[in-house]
Design a protein around this ligand. Structure first.
Ligand code: PMP
Ligand code: GLU
Length: 407
């Protein structure tokens, strides 16, 4: 028996989204015909002006240790964009800390805020890493199931039911991974008022804010008045909107004392994010040409969203799904497909991969195995063929006698 590991990692599991996508890549490399709709990663190249800024940074020798909190040009660029998206409200760049992906911004924020005996509410279904990050802080994640009638979002009543005196935080994700649901401003306000009343921190993960299919940017906690923002952290990131997943740039906008703690924490872990990547991201947030690239990508995501919704309605009218209003995920329910025998998402995805070579993520990864997630951040042709195969599989499954599906 190897020596036991620290209690720090007692709950630790590798990310399911990353594991499934690695498996799909392995099968592809082995020559299998695989359609990978598992990991949420834009299929587009990083905009040319952004890559160019990264290359220029290297050529100019901007390759030394970065400022730990991030280069001023990027922090100011993000502050300006957040301000502009929220009708010009002041956003202070001094309160923004740049990290190696918003995953690290989330980790740093949780680590600075939560510890043993603290509870953190997480509306579910929830992105895989939230409960894991909370566990790594030795705090306790408390999943709050969303309402099926309401795009699986949570209300203040749902939060109340899971609140206790130990509740210290709430992690919100809108537009939401894995459902694509988006909280309205009125809903955000009600939640922020609830959180203020209970002195609960809100960590608002807004990494998908610009991938929104309604008018303007998706509503944000930054659209709320100052008095509701005392205990609020906004998580932003370049990965999704600017097709920059591999550059690893994310940010946290936090009250000054928390931003300072996050910076101190990272001064002992990474010494800040990769410097050339920060220059590239600064171009993403400030170069007007990139705005056109973003609009083009969002238009493609919207078109694919419409395509999937249309095909589900036509080919599988009995299957329940959440109509996505943002991000690039489609969340549909599989437990009713085999009459009389609820099949779980894990089993569904395993069989789909074996029989049709399509990789999706079971809802178990997000806290509810009645569902399955598909990303549409893939090329149109891949999406089209994957859906052909998926519906073929569903038709076959629906025709299977119940006892057989169970085995
Ligand atoms: N938050 C959400 C909701 C996500 O889906 C992702 C995707 N990986 C992240 C944060 C982290 O993204 P990144 O670290 O690439 O900024
Ligand atoms: N956030 C993306 C997803 O959910 C990327 C993978 C990950 O970091 O989990 O697929």
């Amino acid at each position: 028996m190897p020596d036991p590991l620290s209690l720090n990692v007692q709950h630790l599991k590798a990310s399911e989204t990353i594991t499934i996508s690695n498996e799909a890549k392995r099968r592809k490399a082995a020559g299998e015909d695989v359609y990978d709709l598992s990991v949420g990663e834009p299929d587009f190249d990083t905009p040319a002006a952004v890559s160019q800024a990264g290359i220029q940074a290297i050529q100019k020798g901007l390759t030394r240790y970065p400022p730990n909190i991030g280069i001023a040009e990027l922090r100011t660029g993000i502050a300006r964009q957040l301000s502009m998206l929220s009708g010009g409200r002041p956003v202070n760049a001094d309160n923004i800390v740049i990290s190696s992906g918003s995953k690290q911004s989330l980790f740093n924020t949780c680590f600075a805020l939560f510890g043993p005996h603290d509870r953190v509410l997480i509306p579910a279904p929830a992105w895989v890493s939230y409960p894991q990050i909370v566990h790594l802080c030795r705090a306790e994640p408390v999943l709050v199931p969303g309402d099926i009638e309401w795009g699986l979002k949570v209300s203040v009543k749902d939060l109340d039911r899971h609140y206790s005196k130990l509740t210290k935080g709430l992690i919100l994700c809108s537009p939401c991974n894995p459902t694509g649901s988006v909280y309205t401003l009125a809903e955000l306000r009600a939640i922020a008022e609830w959180a203020r009343k209970h002195e609960v921190w809100i960590i608002s993960d807004e990494i998908y804010r610009r991938i929104y299919y309604g008018p303007g940017p998706a509503p944000s906690v930054l659209d709320l008045p100052d008095e509701l923002l005392e205990r609020v952290v906004v998580i932003a990131g370049a990965s999704k909107s600017y097709a920059m997943t591999g550059w690893r740039i994310g940010a946290a906008l936090a009250p000054p004392h928390l931003a300072k703690a996050i910076a101190a924490l990272q001064s002992h872990t990474t010494t800040g994010a990769n410097q050339p990547a920060q220059w590239a991201a600064a171009a993403a947030y400030t170069d007007e040409r990139v705005e056109a690239d973003l609009e083009r990508m969002v238009a493609a995501f919207r078109r694919r969203r419409d395509y999937i919704v249309g095909r589900f309605r036509a080919a599988a009218p009995g299957i329940e799904f959440v109509e996505p209003h943002g991000a690039f995920y489609f969340f549909f329910r599989v437990d009713g497909i085999v009459e009389g025998t609820p099949i779980g998402g894990a089993k569904f995805c395993e069989m789909l991969m074996q029989e049709e070579g399509v990789a999706l993520v079971p809802g178990s990864a997000f806290g509810d195995d009645r569902w399955v997630r598909m990303t549409y951040s893939v090329a149109d042709k891949v999406l089209e063929t994957a859906l052909d195969r998926l519906f073929r599989f569903i038709d076959r499954l629906a025709a299977v006698p119940a006892a057989e599906a169970r085995s």
